[in-house]
Design a protein around this ligand. Structure first.
Ligand code: AP5
Ligand code: MG
Ligand code: ZN
Length: 214
């Protein structure tokens, strides 16, 4: 199973990816998580990416394409993978096509999770993320059992730097301009599954499972 999770900031890509890992035992590959780890570690990748991320802009295509080309070669991705937050532009989608062709595989399902803007802002302003495993929580909609502590791995929860309302609006605008065209792009390849993402986390997961045929 090779999946792409497509959707605006706050749609629930990360949240659904964690449920998909448990069901299909395949890794989540999140360019956002990889970039945030690089920022925390202060690597040259992190230094280059930080300014773009803090402004709510996309990191240059060549940078994220390089990350994905390397990551997809790793052993744990052989059985399948969940791409979360990649591709995000048409050139990234085209590069992914070439990378997969070279590996002799192809995307089975592009899952587009669709949620309206005001709900996205509510989700993102209340989000708390795990520093260790990247799991998302929400202070009201999906609170952890113990405040500030990840249910999954006991890691510390924090608020992302780009989850300020102004930056959120900018990220949503960038999504509309640069990423949303991928819905039309993938509708031409015939494996696009559009999911109404305005529902409970469990409902959305059931819709995904149903859309991909169990
Ligand atoms: P990235 O980390 O990918 O952020 P994003 O796309 O903005 O998406 P989010 O992680 O904010 O949202 P999500 O859909 O994962 O939602 P979540 O499940 O957490 O990217 C960050 C930055 O890195 C980018 O801005 C860019 O700079 C750079 N970058 C990354 N990839 C790149 C690429 N390919 N090219 C260029 N640059 C790139 O859920 C959100 C909240 O809602 C949580 O609080 C959650 O608990 C809650 N929630 C989830 N589901 C529900 C529900 N059904 N009902 C109520 N609440 C819910
Ligand atoms: Mg995410
Ligand atoms: Zn965790």
């Amino acid at each position: 199973m090779d999946f792409i999770l497509l959707g605006p900031p706050g749609a629930g890509k990360g949240t659904q990816a964690k449920l998909m890992i448990d069901k299909w035992s395949i890794p989540q590959i999140s360019t956002g998580d990889i970039l945030r780890a690089a920022v925390r570690e202060g690597t040259s990748l992190g230094v280059e990416a930080k300014g773009f991320m803090d402004r709510g802009e996309l990191v240059p295509d060549r940078v994220v394409i390089g990350i994905i080309a390397e990551r997809l070669k790793e052993k744990d991705a052989r059985k399948g993978f969940i791409l979360d937050g990649f591709p995000r532009t048409i050139p990234q989608a085209e590069a992914l096509g070439t990378i997969l062709q070279d590996l002799g595989r192809n995307i089975d399902h592009v899952i587009s999770i669709e949620v309206d803007e005001e709900e996205l802002v509510r989700r993102l302003t209340g989000r708390r993320m795990c520093k260790n495993c990247g799991e998302s929580f929400h202070v009201v909609f999906n609170p952890p059992a113990r405040e500030g502590v990840c249910d999954r791995c006991k890691g510390e929860l924090y608020q992302r730097d780009d989850d300020k309302e102004e930056t959120i609006r900018q990220r949503l605008a960038v999504y509309g301009q640069q990423t949303e065209p991928l819905i039309a792009y993938y509708s031409r390849t015939g494996n696009l599954r559009r999911i109404d993402g305005f529902s409970s986390i469990e409902d959305i997961f059931s819709r995904i499972v149903e859309a991909v045929g169990g």
